[in-house]
Write a protein that binds this ligand. Sequence first.
Ligand SMILES: [Zn+2]
Length: 467
Amino acid sequence: MIQDISPSRLDNSFRTQQPQPESIAMCFREGKLLAAVTDGELRFPRYHELAAHSTEPVYLFSVDDESFFLTDPAAEPEGYQYYTVRELRDQCAGKYLYAAFTAYHLHQWYADNRFCGVCRGEMQHDDRERALVCRDCGHKIYPRINPAVIVGVISKGRILLTRYRRGYAHNALVAGFTEIGETLEECAAREVMEETGLRVRNIRYYKSQPWGMAQDILTGFFCETDGSDAITMDDSELRAARWCRPDEIELQPQQHSLTNEMMRLFRDTNGHLPPEYAPVSTEIPPQKTRIYFTRHGETTMNAADHISGITDCELTENGIAQAEQLAAVCAEHREIGLIVCSPLKRARMTAEIIAEKLHIPVVTDERLREWDYGSYEDQPRGTTPDFQAAKREFGVRMKDGGESLLQLAHRVYSCIDDIRKQYAGMTVLCVCHGGVCRVAETYFRDMTTEAFSQFFMGNCELREYEV
Ligand SMILES: [Zn+2]
């Protein structure tokens, strides 16, 4: 999404500071922003490139170590021209695009509030916080942000896609601004009803997105139809509204919007959204579910032969190479649609390498973390002779606050139960740990106590189970 500019960071905290020669100048004219675009690369003039300024510069925010100022140059420097933020959105990406949207939001607010709504006096910048204060009566106002909703409506394994009658030409979801006196969830239900005539339920929050271009904060929700899924489209707002299966979804050309991310999540999970957003009603016909299990790549603690349960550690270079190798193997099993991953770092590192190669999403599940070995954690394996014996006990908790094998089995079994239910018909890869893989094996196959304690899973070894 547009705000995902990590490792860069937009710092919006208020400061009173003067521009330096290298500071970035955000210059607007009739709603357009002065910039230069070369092969999708966005640039703004530096302060020293501007000859003179007709207004006092206003500090806006910084991105990493670059400060952005709102200013009004007497003349445009060579090589720059004015673009609408929409034009920039269609051509560019990255931190400068996000800066352009945010600067536009503030510019628009300043431009719309030159005079006091109470006494018609002139507004001026407050010197302690981002606000405008009336010179005459002291009335103070803060930047206005309009809440709006984006709604992904699901029915029978399909999602409701729309196209707006005006403005944006590509696929979208139901959307609209929140009105006075309603909650975001009520707004979501009302907008769906107004635009498509559908009644919805189980409205669940997904993510939000600051969308400076329209002066709003978008809040994304997934929900499902309540009753009929027959669409009655509002012709004045929409020119299309239809149900789409995951493979029918045509995404937006850019990766900027929350809407696009929600559509992509539905497409990439083959309609099986993560449990926290998934529809409660399961009207999709059952298909074969396949679950692969793997153990993370070699870690620093593996290499040192230390016991690593819930203790976090990094992959070694060898471990990274193992994960890359596994990613290549998984790429041949093209049907893997989703990774469910332990929250521990070594598993997440492994999962991310595979996910990047396969272009599939990663969902973290707490229940896949390794067995909590209590005070055996981070001990050298050689100096803890009773550790092997402790692992053979079913109902005894690992000493000093650890888990018993039955507790471990309880959470791993419940996780597999949920994967089977939520991702029915899909092929899922679980990236976790040796101890978890061993328990998973017993979920699918009978094992004697002896076989169980002998079970060993190599780093990035792959096991397949069909449900
Ligand atoms: Zn006033």
